[in-house]
Design a protein. Structure first.
Lengths: 754, 696
């Protein structure tokens, strides 16, 4: 329970009661079950309404002044039912779509009587307990009235770079609770009778370091809602309100039916994933586990986060944020080819998320970084568990992806622009994460974050035009993609100095998976490299530039290297070089199964170093070509080494087919006749009723040895963490990998009902 | 003397001849993907056979010959271009593999964007080993931070030459502000290796954005050799046939250029075909008195929409090819997968009927083609509903199999939905029309316009058939089928008629209050550039026209609106007024922002070289046409099959007026006149369809 009396009212987990609303004079337009819609009108209107939602999104992109919205697509537009069920959303920042339902429901319950919900009104909200993912995600939503009844809602939200609070960018890395970050705004009537309420606008923008930007974006949101509202009213005029409402219902019903059908094709079972956040606040040395148990039974999914770490520091989400992370995990993987009607899809989904944890923090916990802490962690867990679930089906397994960017490496920069005004920016380069590998192909290099289907980063010239920086390097980084039969996508790198300014700039950094890698690599693949924030201080960079060189490696500079901790605030002066390496994607499959020619190609293209080619992939390159015999010998040696020197059993070139009635868990393990066996050598991996990992050889590797850029966790956290690989005792194949607290037993990640 | 335009498409090579009186004829022959030039010679021979009453004069009569080509596009899509090397700024080689991250999904449909595991970036066309970085640097102000060193540049060039490159792209940061380093490197390459093709980012675009500029330089270098070879082959063939006029080549911005200029900047030939259709629409609709036109092209797989606003085709600065985004001024055309070959299917779970974007393509094509296509398509539905005649398709050379269409509809749509084959066809027809309406609405509304202010110019094989159906959904002013039969080869007509057009741009930022002299100074430079370019095209000074535009936004915004400056003498306040008016039109009254300053972020000059001597020719008034037959056709407006008069298209001449329901059949296209619609023919031969009772 919250220690703030009265906080309970802001938890958005109630259903509005229609009769109560009526007593406040608010009448809802409800679906008439007797309405029939022919299949043509159904399809035509579904398509049209989706376009309406998309058009609202295009409006945001045109009007907004925020690079976060227009470049990285960190915004969302939705059309929701009269009670807030999301019917249409756009492929922009996925987390923000989930926020509307609780916010609209809360508004119905708490605003119908006073100040009232009327035609021409719009509400603004960024309260995480009411539904926002964090305070920076500001939603503006509007009721659409027809014939005096509330027909539906339209909404537009944008991630604002700064909404106020103690820290530039509104990410307070020292906050102990929400009173030390920007106070949330529960739904307030920002537009009344089609007019912006200037007092409310000022209340909202006055607290920000960038009030003009908030005002501009507010207009973008209002314009988007206006566009959607008028187009919906046009559709109602043409087709009738009951027909439009019936089609909205059918869009949700269809999405639900398609998801249920897909779930019935998948085997029943339980999939588990544990993911970690480190450093709950600046200076903290703790590590905190989020735990997910996903149960799939028939056509139903149950996500249970029981057992996750208690709320702590500022790495928390309210429950809406965790729900947003789960839905973001489902959308582009499990239902990538099914319309994203959240209101229908979520009828197949149940989430258990006890209060008081970092995934369902009680007011007044610090939550300003919710989207990149608890929400992201819930997304990582959902993504990994769903991917492993889909791998248990031969066709849907092609939808799975190994883990990608383990977090959003926030890079807030506070400084002075060329006109002498202060600015805050959030670098979109954080999107330079590699995608995880697939079961049939490599991960995409520098591909973006999983929560943004279509991210884009600005040109370097646009960055240098706006801010006084000189970018030394923006590229793809070697040895960042997780090793595997299919390699994870390479992450990026980015470094800059200040240019033509005499002032120092302030950086606020916040990420997790800095100290420990992102697990979730599939089928024995290795995790991608973690993010590394660094500052080379008091260097000779200016002298080197004057000599005509553009330094690419900070190691080549004089001065002192400062590796920044997962949550930090620091200054950059004229002799300092800021340099960051981004997440690589996780690999898929045992790296020893990668085609040697592909490794050679990776070496030639600068994705894998020769050293790592030999160490991780067992590929020996001589004179620009693969030495096949030496490679074969080296790979056998590595397998033997995994088995403690034992000669590995003979191995099939391609995994054995799964027999009728059996289930392939991934490339290497299958379930048949209630037992798990190796698909490469036939070795028994124990009964299905037990954790198969216990039947495998477990090897641990120090995390710092995983890749050349990986930090030693001990630099940042106290609790020992291990990287574990699980080896088939027969043939020495690396069947599975995990990142775990050293004190914990291997996780039973796939438990099929058979 | 004749004006000839050729457009090479995926299935057919179209040729249009326009004579001195403005009279036109259209000719077609199959495309020849194995040897693109052959298709051009083939269709020339077809035209020669038809037209040469007195043998031997066809080629010598050609006064103007323009070519629209897909060679550059095909070279990129099939990855068959030159071996290119890239020289760029230290630290930025990977920009073309990072592709601003968005390369994974750029230009892809929503169905792919939402489905992560099926998306990838395109395979690189330059391996990292053929990219060399130099220690040189210019900053945003154009100041040299690190000077270019000749010895380092020479070493880079030597390395690429050793790697066997045929073409070098040079693209450095901030070269659009200060191109000195790029120009020096070009000089160094030319001195030592004159045979190597060089593309400079700063020569191709003077816009901010190193990725799109570099992609332009790389693609330009990649397609250069293929384009040059092809153009030489066609022009050589023309010359040896006795054509004396120099060949012109269609560009994506909607103008033509000389062979020499096109070979030097071959990316300008990307997307030249679709541009032809928009250019043709502009000429024809202008002659018919329409200034605002939706150009709608329905082909076998796609539905393409472009806009003409106030008599001018909209041009955008970027193009997307193969998920690569590059600076290349292009007529703004938006496509969706909705055409004759679009496949209809029923989702087994939800029983929802969808149409497209999957397409049966040219082969096997729709089920009614009888070439093994099992799935029902839009064309199959059109056939079953009676819009198309199975016997007279393509002049009777290609009979359609109605039974195969019915079987496909029954198996894949009617059966699963438990409805009749006719109802299935009605469903497909209505859904594809609604998708077309949605795209037209999206394209107009997103650009700040109201579709009710536009006439819909419908062309392409199936354009005229579907147009009246989705036009009523949009309340468009009228449907115009340009020049009857010519509408099926309309791009070739546009290629023939196109003027010379070059787009000159600068990314330069000016903030309010605007000083008129500053604006003038930028345009003076652009105008000088334009005159030099038009001079090299051989355009006389009296035939040159310049249109001036600025890109304007509120300070802090990232997207801008393009504002035309009709008169360079106008003041800064007027620019604000024009911007605000456009802004409110585009985003509604709530979006305007009274107190915020605005800024100009770019300048654009469209330089036109007029070269068309002929107006669209008047047609004599013909006799009132009589129907040649009657058949049962389904009309959604009546909700039933109705006995419908069938006319031979060639007999519906200027002055004719036909009341719907009626169908006009041509050998290459079909025009539908629904009930309560009428069709008139204007003085140049356009068919104008309107709802009966609407203002004429």
């Amino acid at each position: 329970m919250s220690w703030v009396a009265g906080a309970e009212r802001y938890y958005a987990d109630f259903e509005p009661v229609i009769e109560t609303l009526a007593s406040h004079g608010l009448s809802l337009h409800r679906a008439d079950p007797s309405t029939t819609v022919d299949f043509i009108t159904d399809e035509v209107l579904s398509h049209r309404l989706w376009h309406v939602c998309d058009e609202a999104g295009v409006t945001i992109r045109h009007v907004s002044g925020s690079p976060v919205a227009t470049e990285a697509n960190d915004f969302m537009t939705v059309i929701a039912s009269e009670t807030g069920d999301v019917v249409f959303m756009t492929p922009n920042l996925l987390y923000q779509a989930a926020a509307f339902e609780p916010m609209i429901k809360w508004t119905l319950i708490n605003r119908a009587q006073s100040p009232g919900i009327d035609d021409g009104d719009m509400f603004l909200c960024n309260d995480p307990w009411v539904g926002a993912v964090h305070q920076n995600d500001v939603a503006v939503f509007a009721p659409v009235f027809h014939g005096g009844k509330l027909f539906c809602w339209v909404g537009a939200s944008i991630h604002e770079v700064d909404v106020g609070g103690p820290a530039p960018g509104s990410f307070s890395i020292t906050a102990r609770d929400v009173f030390e970050e920007v106070p949330p705004l529960p739904p307030v009537k920002i537009v009344k009778n089609f007019e912006i309420q200037s007092d409310i606008e000022d209340l909202y923008t006055r607290r920000s370091r960038q009030p003009l930007l908030l005002s501009l974006d507010l207009r973008a949101q209002i314009a988007a809602n206006n566009v959607a509202r008028s187009r919906i009213l046009e559709a109602i005029a043409k087709y009738g309100a009951d027909t439009v409402k019936a089609v909205m219902g059918r869009v949700m019903d269809r999405a639900e039916a398609q998801l249920r059908a897909r779930l019935r094709e998948l085997p029943d079972g339980v999939w588990r994933h544990v993911d970690f956040q480190e450093t709950a606040f600046a200076g903290d040395r703790g590590i905190y586990a989020g735990r997910l148990e996903l149960t799939k039974a028939g056509d139903h999914l149950h996500f249970d986060f029981t057992g996750s770490a208690a709320q702590v520091g500022l790495i928390n989400s309210a429950t809406s944020g965790t729900r947003a992370g789960v839905l973001a995990g489902i959308l582009p993987l499990l239902v990538g080819d099914i319309p994203w009607a959240l209101g229908g899809l979520q009828r197949c989904i149940e989430i258990t998320n006890p209060r008081g944890t970092m995934l369902n923090a009680e007011y007044p916990a610090a939550v300003s970084m919710g989207s990149i802490t608890g929400t992201w962690l819930a997304h990582n867990c959902a993504h990994a568990a769903l991917s492993k679930m889909m791998l248990c089906h031969p066709e849907h397994g092609r939808r799975a992806l190994s883990g990608g960017g383990g977090s959003w490496p926030a890079m807030q920069l506070f400084g002075w622009d060329k006109t002498g005004y202060a600015f805050v920016t959030q670098f979109q380069e954080a999107n330079l994460a590699g995608f995880g590998a697939r079961s049939f192909a490599d991960g995409v290099n520098t591909a973006g974050a999983y929560c943004i289907p279509s991210a884009r980063i600005p040109n370097v010239e646009a960055t240098e035009f706006t801010w006084p920086l000189l970018v030394l390097c923006r590229g793809e980084a070697i040895d960042t993609g997780g090793a595997g039969k299919w390699r994870g996508g390479a992450g990026g790198k980015f470094s800059f100095v200040l240019h033509k300014t005499n002032r120092n700039f302030t950086h606020v950094s916040a990420a997790f998976h800095v100290a420990v890698p992102n697990g979730g690599a599939l089928s024995g693949g290795l995790p991608g490299a973690s993010v590394v924030y660094s500052m080379q201080r008091d260097s000779d960079v200016l002298a080197r530039l004057a000599q005509g060189q553009i330094p690419q490696e900070i190691a080549s500079l004089s001065g002192t290297l400062d590796i920044l901790p997962p949550k930090s605030q620091t200054e950059q002066g004229r002799d300092d070089v800021y340099a960051i390496t981004f997440f690589g994607g996780g690999g898929y499959g045992d790296p020893l199964d990668r085609e040697p020619e592909s490794v050679l190609h990776d070496v030639a293209e600068g994705f894998v170093s020769r050293t790592e080619a030999a160490r991780l992939y067992g590929v020996v390159i001589e004179g620009g070509a693969v030495d096949r015999a030496a490679t074969q010998a080296r790979r056998t040696l590595i397998r033997a080494d995994r088995l403690g020197g034992k000669v590995p059993a003979a191995r099939r070139d391609t995994p054995a087919a799964v027999p009728e009635g059996g289930i392939g868990l991934n490339d290497y393990t299958m379930l048949a006749s209630r037992r798990l066996t190796c698909r490469c050598c036939g070795q028994d991996h124990g009964p299905a009723s037990e954790n198969y990992k216990l039947a495998l050889v477990m090897r641990t590797t120090p995390i710092a040895d995983l890749s050349p850029t990986m930090a030693d966790p001990a630099d940042f956290i106290d609790e020992p963490v291990e990287f574990r690989s699980f080896i088939c005792p027969g043939c020495g194949t690396q069947v599975e990998t995990e990142v775990a607290l050293a004190r914990e037993a291997p996780l039973w990640d796939v438990q099929l009902v058979h | 003397m004749d004006t000839v335009g050729v457009d090479t498409g995926g299935t057919f090579c179209d040729l249009v001849v326009i004579d001195a009186q403005g009279q036109t004829s259209v000719h077609k022959s199959p495309s020849t993907p194995h040897d693109n030039a052959q298709g051009v010679f083939d269709v020339l021979r077809v035209a020669e056979g038809v037209r040469s009453g007195s043998a031997g004069t066809f080629y010598s009569n050609i006064e103007s010959f323009s070519l629209g080509t897909t060679i550059a596009t095909n070279t990129v899509v099939t990855h068959t271009g030159a071996k290119v090397g890239l020289i760029t700024t230290m630290g930025h080689a990977d920009m073309i593999s990072i592709m601003r991250v968005n390369g994974r999904v750029a230009g892809r449909p929503l169905s792919e964007i939402q489905n992560y595991s099926i998306t990838s970036k395109p395979a690189p066309i330059i391996p990292k080993s053929r990219i060399v970085e130099l220690n040189e640097r210019i900053d945003y102000a154009g100041d040299v931070v690190i000077p270019l060193k000749d010895d380092e540049a020479l070493a880079a060039i030597a390395r690429l030459v050793e790697a066997g490159v045929e073409s070098i792209a040079v693209s450095l940061l901030w070269s659009f502000v200060n191109p000195a380093h790029e120009q020096r490197i070009e000089a160094l390459i030319k001195e030592r290796h004159p045979a190597i093709f060089v593309s400079l980012g700063s020569s191709l675009s003077r816009r901010l954005g190193e990725y799109e500029r570099t992609e332009a330089a790389v693609i330009n270098g990649y397609v250069a050799i293929e384009v040059k070879k092809y153009l030489q082959k066609v022009s050589g063939g023309l010359a040896s046939s006795g054509v004396t006029t120099p060949m012109l080549v269609m560009h994506s911005a909607g103008g033509v250029g000389t062979e020499a200029n096109s070979s030097k900047r071959p990316i300008t030939t990307l997307f030249s075909g679709p541009a032809g259709g928009v250019v043709a629409s502009r000429r024809v609709c202008e002659a018919a008195g329409y200034r605002n036109v939706v150009c709608a092209d329905v082909g076998g797989t796609t539905f393409d929409v472009g806009l003409i606003v106030d008599g001018r085709p909209l041009i955008r600065s970027t193009s997307i090819i193969d998920q690569r985004v590059l600076y290349c001024p292009t007529i703004d055309i938006v496509s969706i997968g909705a055409g004759g070959g679009s496949i209809a299917f029923v989702d087994p779970v939800t029983r929802r009927l969808s149409v497209g974007p999957q397409s049966a393509g040219a082969f096997p094509g729709p089920a009614c083609y009888g070439r093994g296509g099992a799935y029902p398509t839009v064309t199959d539905a059109n056939l079953v509903l009676g819009y198309m005649d199975p016997v007279s398709f393509l002049g009777g050379r290609f009979p359609l199999d109605r039974a195969a269409a019915e079987t496909a509809l029954a198996t894949h749509v009617a059966g699963p939905l438990g409805i009749s084959v006719e109802d299935a066809a009605i469903g497909i027809f209505s859904i594809v029309n609604a998708k077309m309406a949605d795209l037209v609405r999206k394209v107009t509304v997103e650009r700040g316009h109201d579709p009710r202010d536009f006439v819909l110019c419908a062309y392409g094989g199936l354009g005229p058939l579907h147009a009246p159906f989705y036009a009523s959904d949009l309340d468009a002013m009228a449907v115009l089928i340009p020049l009857g039969e010519i509408s099926s080869a309309f791009s070739a007509y546009g290629v023939a008629m196109a003027d010379v057009l070059h787009v000159h741009e600068r990314s330069i930022t000016l903030r309010e209050p605007f000083v008129q002299a500053d604006i003038r100074a930028v345009f003076d430079e652009l105008v000088d550039e334009a005159h030099a370019q038009l001079q090299s095209d051989g355009i006389a000074a009296r035939d040159r026209q310049m249109r001036h535009f600025v890109e304007v936004r509120y300070v802090g915004q990232l997207n801008d609106l393009v504002v035309e400056i009709p008169d360079l003498a106008i003041g800064g306040g007027e620019i604000r007024g024009m911007f605000e008016q456009l802004y409110v039109e585009a985003f509604g009254p709530g979006a305007a922002w009274d107190n915020a300053p605005i800024e100009i972020v770019g300048f654009r000059l469209e330089a036109i070289g007029l070269r068309n001597k002929y107006a669209v020719g008047d047609q004599p008034v013909g006799p009132a046409p009589a129907p040649i037959a009657s058949r049962e056709v389904y009309w959604p407006q009546s909700g039933a099959y109705v006995a419908t008069a069938i006319y031979r298209g060639g007999e519906v001449l200027t002055g004719a007026r036909i009341e719907g329901p009626a169908i006009l059949e041509y050998s290459t296209t079909t025009i539908t006149v629904p009930p309560r619609w009428n069709c008139g023919v204007d003085r140049v031969g356009n068919l104008i369809l309107k709802k009966s009772g609407s203002a004429s």
